[in-house]
Structures are given as structure tokens and as C-alpha cells.
Design a protein around this ligand. Sequence first.
Ligand code: 26Y
Length: 822
Amino acid sequence: STAAEDFPFYLDKEAFKQSVQRHLHTTYGTVESKANSLAWWKATCSAINELVFEGLTETHKKHSGIDTRAVHYLSLEFLMGRLTRNNLYNLGIFETARDALTELGQDIDTLCSEEPDMALGNGGLGRLAACFIDSLATLGYPAIGYGIHYEHGLFRQEFRDGHQIERPDSWRDYGNPWEICRPESIQKVPLYGYVETEFGPNGKMRKVWHPGEMIRGVPWDIPVVGFGGHTVNILRLWESRADDYFDWDVFNAGGYVDAQAEKARAEAISKVLYPNDETLAGKELRLTQQYFFCCCSLQDMLRRYKRRHDDFSHFAEQIVIQLNDTHPTIAIPELMRQLVDLEGLKWEEAWAISQQVFAYTNHTLLPEALEKWDVVLFEHVLPRHLEIIYEINHRFLDEVVAKKWPNDDQMKQRLSIIEEGNPRMVRMAYLGVVGCFKTNGVAYMHSELIKKELFPYFYELWPERFTNVTNGITPRRWLKACNPRLSALFDEAVGTHWPTDLTLLRQVVAKADDPKFQKRFMAIKHQNKQDLAKVILQLTGVEVSAEAIFDIQIKRLHEYKRQHLNMLHILTLYRRLLQDPDLDIQPRVFIFGAKAAPGYKLAKDIIFGINKIGERINADERIKGKIKVVFLPNYRVSLAEQMIPAGDLSEQISTAGKEASGTGNMKFALNGALTIGTMDGANVEIREEVGDENIFIFGLSADEVSSKLKAGYNSRDYYYNNPELKAILDWLDSDYFTPNQPGALASIKRSLLDGGDPFLCLADYESYICAQQAVDQAYRDKARWAKMAIINSASVGKFNSDRSIQDYVDTIWKLKSYPAIE
Ligand code: 26Y
């Protein structure tokens, strides 16, 4: 581990012990003989917080003292997971704390697992935000994350007879030791109502919004401890409350009960995270959530800025705002409203500022994920913002589009922020591109597709606005903390500085052929697999062998991610084994983790299908346990931390051109799993780093996918031309996997045939099966596999999220680093 002297907060074991005991007594009012693990965990957090809060204060002093430029990361999702272990490692006191707790008769792993995951996000986009704020603090950049303090994070998933059931997630039921309420920074948020044109005393026209409702936003701060403890930034999450002013109005009118209803309506805004990813529902409450937190966050920024400045001439020097997808794009018209309507700036001045402040990250090319809002709904919730958007659009079309393409109405229609049609819609992605000085994609290939396919005309207009920042993951959580065995091996091999300079691991490539190193590396993988096998047994009752290939697909369930293609491979192997029980294949355990959006019928059917196929296969003695299939319930960050270190094979099999980047692919490679994947998203860059001979690439390229679709793809051709494929698909019509429920899996087959197979599973099937055979072959040669695994682990330093952040700083944010504590 990193040397104690590298960390500013050296704390000895005795001091930590005493601190935990003191908090157990004086903060939680209990005693050693009565305290359960939950109480011990909380007391431990309080002991940790003594250091965290000191770092927080120091960082605050430093950054406000020198009035620095800061990035404000706006995101509807921050998928933080658990913080205890992370904070201990980042402060450099993990071992100290572990030993202190041992002496107190407590096991640190048990205590850490008392912490509920902070599941305030759906998947990749939310986890990326969490990795980014870790890196920002690690690199000492002035930064703040802004989001929503959801009372309920992403639902808890249970299986009943193989079906997904959603249960509420209550992460703060018993109090959360990390959050600090800041009532001194409460903001007010207007909603609904109407806009009037008024004339001021000077005869100047101005717009006045008379809101129909006022909501309060209460900030909760979560300290974000950078690795090394030199900087502690904050994540500020807004909770909605009823405004007392309005309560009193209704109350005085005799409406005590009505006042309670108002209160419930107001509090509904931050009640629950929408569980959809990649498909928007167009719900009013979602738009309200977006506006609510953007409005609070901007007021917070303006208030802080105005403490030190009496005009807005330095605003764009001090503040840069990154929009995590289009979800917070409403911040653009909201800043215009605050500057023009409330601060009295001229439109042109305000727009010039606004254009220098915002930048937008796009995370998807899927049309169903691109946010659009019905103009009528928009006007109802945010009447003034609709006017502002019309004005932005009007000026853009007249001054920019008409200049570049004179007398071209078609071009105006194409680029308009308002989509004509019935109903008319506000295109939030267009608002993002028009209102931001940079738009970036999240992997090289994705950024190219943004320019060529998604925004070709905007690219023609403003080529300099488009850029790429390839995603990354924090090596602190995704290697050091989750895989202590491999971390220790790397400490020994390259020293202890790799958690901040992950490219140091390249030196390990030189050891990839060394049989002794291979043995140690694979022994660690084996131990991690045994650990996961225990978890699998506990969660599913299925016994699996650590000798088998651990073939893992973990990510949200979506057709484009093609969990059902993986399923077709499983069915193929199973059928071959039934035909020839002596078939020589390497034993495999297929491991899944995935949540489906509650309204996504086919995604839920695929979960059910994999569960049922697994039940049948796992119970079939004829195949002698050569393959097993397990679907771990309630996939989440803390489960990923147990699964990823144990992976042999990482399934990254999206239809080429659909996965913007992927970040699970990076986590697996870093932990020594080999990737089987398409030429999609960051897979392309992983292949570049690890070399073509150390990755299993298959399937159509993005170009081939689009030409195939244009030429008229017919999945039936593949069905009729491949008898094996036909046989396994026809299996789904029977009751073989669902006794007494014939056809219970038929919807999956239907989507691939009648449904037209929009994600080309059948077109890629043969190539996928071939690649899987190559995996099987490679695994037989232990030395070869070990070498490949080591090379993967050692070669993916590029995907450190510190590098991503440095790219953002260099190309977009232009920040200076100010570590607060030397
Ligand atoms: C509009 C709403 C329904 C919505 C909500 C969440 C739409 C999309 C999302 C989430 C998208 C998401 O997680 N995208 C993923 O972002 C990762 C980080 O950039 C990428 O690695 C991954 O490829 C992409 O699917």
C-alpha cells in the first residue's frame, strides 16, 4: 500500500481505536457490549469523518481564499456505491483502521457491508460521474458535483420464479453518516404560472414570470475525498421541500389538509430516481426534477460569485459548467433567465456569458434516448423558459443558419431546436449543441459518429465545437479497493504509485511470460473466483467451480447490449452437450447481473429467459456440470466490486455503433479478464492498448451494420440457413425451460424474427460462436491465458479516469490544480 508518509493525515492505530470508541459512546449513545455491526460501522464513519471534515474545511479555505476557477458538474445521476472503504483508502488509513477494529473485536469487511449502496444512478452515466468527482479531488481541481438528493435510488431487484420484481431502495432509512445538511444554503424554485410583459419606469419592456408554485431546495453535501487526502471536494445534492410561504397561504385560508397535499407534491420532486435509461418517457415530474436541481445549482453558483464580484464580467472566468448528457440542459435557459430577468443584463451580454460557460457531454446515439419535450408540457411547467428557448432558437436560425445557408428553409427546419410536427417538441440535444462551447462524445468512435451521424449539420457549422474525451474509471475503487490481492502484487512489481499513475503498470508486461509471475497472477484470480463462488452460492443456491471459466456480463439490460446473444451461445453449448455428453469443452460458468427498466417488457422477458434456462441447465445431470448459468439478483456497485476481480471473460457484445463507450469493459480488463467484444465504443481503444492477439473481437463493424440495415436486413435468412440456430430458437417455443408454460419464452424468439432483430443478433451469431470457440481454445493453454490476462491488466492505464479528467481540463475546462493540503 501507499506509504503512510505520502498522506497528510497520519493517524495511529491507538488514536483511531479511541476515536471509534468515543463516537460509539458519545455520538451513538451505546456501549461495546450492546453495539451491533451497524452501530460499529457508524462509529467508524464518525471517526473517519474527523479527518474528512478537516480536509473539507482546508479545501474550502484554500479554494475560496484564492477565488479560483472551478468546474460545476451537473448530473441527474451520481452512482456512488459505498463510501467507507473508499474513504479509508483515499485517506491512506485503511490498514490502520482495519487493525484498530480487529483489536476492538470487529471485522472491517463486515462493518463495511453494513453500508447501503448510494444507488443514485442507473448505470454507466451515473457511475462515470462518480469516478469523475473522485478523480477531480485526487488531482486537486476545484470542483463541485450537483445533483438530486433522491429519497429512493434505483430500485432493489428481486426474482420471483425468475421474474424481476422491483422493490423500493431506502438508502438512508437509518441515517447516512456521510451527508451534511446545509439549511443556510436553501434555494427557492419557481414552477408553473404565467408570464406577463411589463414596462418599467424607463419604458423598457421586461418579462415577469408569475409562478404558480414555489418549492424549496435543501442542499445535502457529501464530502468527496481525493486519493492522498490532499483535497476534499463536495457533491451537493438538492432535496425538495414545500415552501413555508405557500403552506401558510393555504393554511390561513383554512386549508390545513390542502397544505399537507401541497407539501407531498413538493416533496415528490426528489422522491425517486427514474429507473429508465436510454428510453425517455416524457413525464412531467422528470422535467420538474431536471429544472429543480438546475435552478438550485445555478442560484448557488451566482450567490457564491456575487459575494466576491459586483458585476458579471468575470463570471465566465470563474465558472465552467459541464452538462452530463442533455438531462440538465434546462440550465442554459435558466442561466439566461437569472441573468436577464433577475440580474437585469442585456440579452446579448447574458448570451455571451452563457456560451462561454456551458459544455455538453453526449452519452448516446440511440434515438429513443435523445430527450425531447412536448412544447405544451414545457409551457405548462416552465412558461418563461419556453419563451427563452424560442428566442435562442430564433436568433440562432436567423443569425447563424441563415448566414451559412441563405434562403434554405429546409436547413432551418433541420437545425431548429423546435421540432415541427404534432406535437411540437423541444430537442434538448440541439439546445445543448447551440448553447455550449463544446460538445463531446465519450470514446473516439462515438465522437466520430456524433459528428457524422447525429449532428452532421451542426458539425459543418461549428467543427471546432466537437471533441472527444474517452471515458475512464477510478483505479482506486476498481482495482486498489476491490482487488486487494492483485493490488499487493502490483505494489511489489512496480511500487505503490500506480493508483495515481496507472500507466506504470506497463512495466508488468515484461513479466507476462514469466512462469512464476503467471502463477502468482492466476493464483490471485483463482482466489477471487473462490470468493465469488461463495457469493454465488449464497445468492442463488447454485454451486460453481472456480476451475471453470467465469464468463460475466454485467450491465443494464437492453436489447442493444445483447444479453440475448449471450443466451443464444448458452443454448448452443447446451444443445451440443445434450447431443454429445462427452463433448470436450472447457467448463464455464455464465454469470449475469442486470436490472431492466420496469416498463421494458422484452428486457424483463430476457431476464426471465436466462433464469429459466439456467434452472434447467444447472439441474441437468447429463451435462455433468460442464456449464452453469447464474443470474445474480440486485446488480449494483457493491456487487460489481465482488464480481469484476473474479472475471475471466468480459462480455462486451453490443451491436457495433450502439454502445457509446462502456466502462465495465475497462474495469474487467484492468482486473485481468479478457474481453470478448464487438468493434464498438471503447472496445476499439482497449484493443488498441492490449493488442489484437489479446482480445476476442467478432461481428459486424458499425459501417457494416448500417449498410446491412439500409440494404434491408432480414433476420429470417440466418434462421433458415443455420439449422443449429433454428433449432435453439425453436426451443424457445416449447416448454422445455418452462414446464407447464409452453411459449413463456417465445417473445424473445419473436423479437428476433417477426420483430426484425433490430440489433442484429442473428447476423452476428455465427461470428460470436466462433469467437467463443477461440476463447475455449485459449483457456486450455494455461500459460497463454495467463500471459494474455497479465497483458490486459498491465496495458489499460489509459482508462484511468484521472486521464479523462486531465483531457477535460486541457480541452474544455482550463482549470488549475490547487491541492489544499500539502
Ligand atoms: C433520458 C433518460 C431516459 C436517460 C436516463 C439515463 C437516458 C440515458 C440514461 C443513461 C445513459 C447511460 O448510462 N449511458 C452510458 O454512459 C456511459 C458513460 O459515458 C457509457 O459508457 C455507455 O456506453 C452509455 O450507454
